[in-house]
Ligand binder design. Structure first.
Ligand code: CTP
Length: 391
């Protein structure tokens, strides 16, 4: 297997002295590791130590590197792990400040590929500014490890310690080498909105971005599944390793889903299917006249999920319920009516177009609620549950 490439970002906190040990553990597990340091980090950990342990030069400001080193590092790495992450670096990253090689590299990397292990004094950790900055980074999809409690370098006792390096190494390695829990499974995912034409230039659609479906696809691939995507019109980037079937209308989506369903072991309807379509489509552009009122008659679209639920046999079928109010009763009802094994409840305010979601999973008679998390993390939770339940 290809070596995992980990970029360890080191900032100026006392816990930086533990990082060589972290790097040693990562290398022992077979990863390639480079270290990028802020100027203050090098007061707590030796340049020579890092260079010897990583086997690479230490990436830092003031070195004679190629002038787009941050882009090269960003492209090179599978994961940027910032350990320790100080309040100052967290604050800069939350506000897009790029004033050293580490923060400039961080702004060049997708948030999902960044993990931070905060470490600071309790008062700094509990400060409202730090907590707000932490929330901003989490909301963008970065992984923020919790802080430990105990005696800190300043002799105070409380939250703020960096997690033990053994624990951090374990988290990083399991992120990069996920268990093949879906190996041999074929996963069919619908995503995005559908578009229903009114005339040759106008459509009726909705605000679904397809981000949840894209995250589910990446997660299923990561866990070893083969993935087929039936996607409405979206701009979100979809993984190349999935087979893509592009559709526009609900009728096209229904046809594609019915065709692909036969081969699938697991099916997730993450698409926001338009419930209605204009009853007739004008052959040429509908013209406007002053003071005119126009009534468009709509017809109900078929319920694709309910149809798949009836045909499902041994397949594991998952639906989404996007609700504007409380929605729990509605999600349970939809689960039963559409014959799903799992129904995932999202609130429209939390999830629509966002990179994060707050969801509740309904399986059997059980309900499991999750806190606000990135769609990447939510997708992993969903795929792990499916793998455990689909057999
Ligand atoms: N769905 C579907 N076909 C439709 C409408 C919805 O397959 N015509 C699927 C969605 O992909 C989703 C689930 O059904 O997985 C629930 O969608 P939702 O819009 O929440 O429910 P509806 O059945 O449309 O109910 P309502 O609009 O009344 O809330």
């Amino acid at each position: 297997m290809e070596k995992k490439r980990i970029l360890v970002g080191i900032t100026g906190g006392i816990a930086a002295y533990k990082v060589p040990q972290l790097i040693r553990l990562l290398k022992k597990a077979g990863a390639e590791v480079k270290a990028v340091c802020t100027p203050w980090a090098l007061r707590f950990v030796g340049d020579e130590t890092l260079r010897t342990i990583t086997g690479f030069p230490v990436y830092r400001d003031g070195q004679e590197f190629y002038d787009i080193e941050h882009i090269r590092l960003a492209e090179w790495t599978d994961l940027l792990a910032i350990c320790p992450a100080t309040a100052n670096t967290i604050a800069k990253m939350a506000h897009g400040i790029a004033d050293n090689l580490l923060t400039t590299t961080a702004i060049s990397i997708l948030p999902e590929k960044i993990l931070l292990a905060p470490a600071m004094n309790t008062a700094m950790w509990q400060n409202a500014a730090t907590q707000e900055n932490v929330a901003i980074l989490k909301k963008r999809g970065m992984t923020m490890l919790p802080v430990g409690e105990g005696e800190l370098a300043c002799k105070t006792i409380g939250p703020g310690r960096m997690l033990e390096v053994e624990e951090i190494a374990g988290i990083i390695l399991s992120r990069l080498t996920p268990e093949p829990i879906l190996a041999g499974k074929k996963v069919l995912i619908s995503l995005g909105p559908t578009e229903e034409p009114l005339d040759p230039v106008r459509v009726m659609t909705n605000r679904s971005s397809g981000k949840m479906g894209a995250a589910l696809a990446r997660s299923a691939l990561k866990f070893g599944a083969q993935v087929v995507l039936v996607s409405g019109p979206v701009t979100v980037s979809l993984p190349d390793a999935a087979r893509l079937v592009k559709v526009r209308t609900a009728a096209e989506m229904r046809e594609a889903m019915l065709r692909e369903f036969g081969e699938a072991d697991i099916c997730v309807m993450a698409a926001a299917v338009s419930d209605f379509r204009p009853l007739s489509v004008a052959a040429s552009k509908i013209r406007r006249t002053e003071g005119q009122r126009l009534t468009i008659e709509l017809a109900a679209n078929p319920d694709i999920l309910a149809e798949l639920g009836r045909l499902k046999e041994q397949r594991y079928v998952v639906g989404f319920a996007l609700e504007t109010d409380d929605g729990e009763a509605s999600a349970r009802r939809k689960k039963a009516e559409k014959g799903c094994d799992m129904m995932i409840l999202n609130k429209a305010d939390d999830a629509l177009e966002a990179d994060t979601t707050r969801m509740t999973l309904f399986t059997g008679s059980e309900a499991e609620s999750f806190p606000l998390q990135s769609k990447t993390e939510a997708a992993d939770c969903i795929m792990r549950r499916i793998a455990g339940l689909a057999g």
